[in-house]
Design a protein around this ligand. Structure first.
Ligand code: NOJ
Length: 596
């Protein structure tokens, strides 16, 4: 292995940190209006500290019409009144810092809300000599077809369905929005836009913020000329175009500039969200320390293993497919070993607000196996190298909403738009006939983003103790049994397991910094690997199946006798050292660690 100036074993606080993602609207409502809020988060800081959390990441809390649940920001320097005030934020950050924790904000700067003052000004006049904000967004004249019908400037499809362009009557041009119409894309080629973004970052840092999660940061630079995308589906008017906006021509120039101007001047944690990327090499420049861009990125290969893939290689989450342990092993192994000697550092996550619950996807959420498999997934997470991210509710094994819920319970614009677009297409293709949408509903029941957005289950009280009012979104039906209060009292709960598992991770550096080697790649039900750091070796065995299995240590005979450190069955029994053949029960995971 080549020597490196930045080996992954080089220590940093943000590498060993446990980050907990809060989806504020669904976390805890302190004032009974049905929306979670900042004072609700403040009230739960001791809870988070006792779990072992070091850093909080708040999904957006800025003023927003919530066209995309706050990922459409109308004012970067105001808190949305549903969540509280800037004074509440100041109290929150003080509470976070008093407890020795840190806080990251969500930086959503590929686009704003159409209600942001910048866009209101931008759309007010197309004459750039009078309107200095016109070029802050991406405006183009419409096209006209042979019949004189107005068409968008190109054929790009928005990520959330339909054309990526909207026509503005007043100035008779179209603006680009890669997400919904109410999320116009900023023009990063304009230095005034970049300056404004860097200013607002400084503004939050001066207020006390400790870092940023950067929303779709790899799509800020679009291919010059905005050419049409190739036609992937001739029956569709608009075509997937991520090849023209993901990891675009000047993205690294802009992130480097951000680093020079802002990030390098502070001791921050930074993670870029980088979807639409099939080639791992394309993510290297964002994170190689020598490049001075970001600490790490969220790559989505694992999140895609149970999704249909479109002709461009991007996953379509609402068209599910069965995942295979073989793929999960391949993807995790690739990222655990990817360019480590060059200093690549991972962000380890299996849940966030854009994906269904991990115990329902990768575990087994039936009553018999839910708790064990949620703990198994916890072991998968805490034994990987990288900064660890936990999503709210994951620590108590929250699962998907019940399959009996109808479409009316789903709130997410991505889901609703997807449903409507498939419905329209099928009606167009079979006019006058009944349309069967059961496959689409099945996809939604398994994979919709809303599964992660149901309110946090705190107690066996109405609405799970999340609110004393009417919750903005229905609480999962299982809250009487599956809630924080019940799990805090039980030594065998998923919560107690996570707390212990995080202590183990922090005790054994090998779990955070060690080198990863996959064992028995072909094994059909056990994911086995070692982690090595100096004289420490960890052996991790995870049985991903509801049948028992035996695993032989033939490949690693030197680990026979390694002491047992962590397991998801009884906290006290079965602690014997590793034997040459290890019997694993249903969904059993075991970690052994030895110092040679
Ligand atoms: C990624 C965010 O995580 C998601 O929730 C949002 O819809 C899109 N970016 C657009 O901002």
């Amino acid at each position: 292995m080549a020597a490196s100036a930045n080996p992954p074993s080089a220590r940093a606080w943000w590498k060993s940190a446990v980050v907990y993602q809060i989806y504020p609207i669904s976390f805890f409502d302190s004032n009974g209006d049905g929306f979670g809020d900042l004072n609700g988060i403040l009230a739960k800081l001791d809870y988070l500290k006792s779990l072992g959390v070091d850093v909080l990441w708040l999904s957006p809390i800025y003023r927003s019409p919530l066209a995309d649940m706050g990922y459409d920001i109308a004012d970067y320097r105001e808190i949305d009144s549903r969540y509280g005030t800037l004074a509440d934020w100041d109290r929150l950050i003080a509470g976070v810092h008093e407890r020795g924790m840190k806080l990251m904000m969500d930086l959503v700067v590929n686009h704003t809300s159409d209600e942001h003052e910048w866009f209101v000004q931008s759309r007010s006049d197309k004459d750039t000599s009078r309107n200095p904000k016109r070029n802050w967004y991406i405006w183009r004249p419409p096209k006209y077809d042979a019949h004189g019908n107005r068409q968008p400037p190109n054929n790009w499809k928005s990520v959330f369905q339909g054309s990526a362009w909207d026509y503005d009557e007043q100035t008779q041009e179209c603006y680009l929005h890669l997400y919904v119409s109410k999320q116009p894309d900023l023009n990063w080629d304009n230095s005034a836009v970049r300056n404004a973004v860097f200013d607002l970052m400084e503004w939050w840092i001066n207020r006390g913020c400790d870092g940023f999660r950067m929303d779709v940061i790899n799509i800020i630079s679009k291919v010059d000329g905005l050419p049409d995308a190739p036609v992937a589906d001739p029956k569709e008017q608009y075509q997937p175009a991520s090849a023209f906006f993901a990891n675009g021509p000047r993205v690294h120039q802009y992130i480097k500039e951000m680093n020079d101007r802002v990030l390098s001047r502070h001791d921050l944690i930074t993670v870029g969200e980088t979807p639409f990327t099939q080639n791992a090499q394309d993510l290297l420049p964002y994170v190689l320390p020598s490049r001075r861009e970001l600490n790490m990125v969220f790559q989505f290969e694992l999140m895609g293993i149970d999704s249909h893939i479109d002709p461009y290689g991007s996953d379509v989450p609402l068209i599910p497919k069965e995942w295979k342990l073989k793929n999960l092993k391949e993807v995790i192994t690739r990222w655990q070993t990817f360019e480590r000697e060059a200093g690549f550092w991972n962000a380890v996550f299996i849940e966030n607000h854009d994906h269904s619950r991990s115990v329902s996807r990768f575990g087994n959420d039936s009553p018999e196996w839910r708790s064990l498999s949620a703990k198994l997934l916890s072991m998968l997470e805490i034994t990987q190298s990288g900064t660890l991210y936990i999503y709210q509710g994951q620590e108590i094994g929250m699962k998907n909403a019940p399959p009996t819920w109808g479409l009316e319970e789903y709130k997410d614009v991505a889901t609703i738009n997807y449903w409507n677009s498939v419905l329209e297409k099928r009606k167009r293709e079979s006019p006058g006939l009944d349309v069967d949408m059961s496959d689409v509903m099945d996809g939604i029941r398994r994979k919709a983003r809303d599964h992660a957005r149901t309110p946090m289950q705190w107690k066996d009280l109405p609405h799970a103790g999340f609110t004393s009012g009417t919750p903005w979104m229905r609480v999962n039906d299982d809250y009487q049994e599956w809630n924080v209060a019940a799990q805090l009292e039980s030594r065998t709960s998923v919560w107690s397991f996570w707390k212990h598992a995080l202590e183990i991770r922090k005790t054994y550096d090998v779990l955070i910094y060690g080198d990863f080697t996959l064992l028995s790649p072909e094994h059909e039900q056990v994911f086995a690997y070692t982690r090595v750091l100096g004289e420490s070796i960890a052996l991790v065995l995870l049985n991903f199946h509801h049948t028992p299995v035996q695993f032989s240590l033939d490949e690693v005979p030197h680990l026979i006798g390694a002491p047992f450190i962590l397991g998801n069955y009884s906290p006290t029994d079965d602690r014997e050292a590793a034997t040459s053949i290890i019997s694993l029960r249903e969904y059993e995971g075991r970690v052994y660690i030895v110092k040679t």
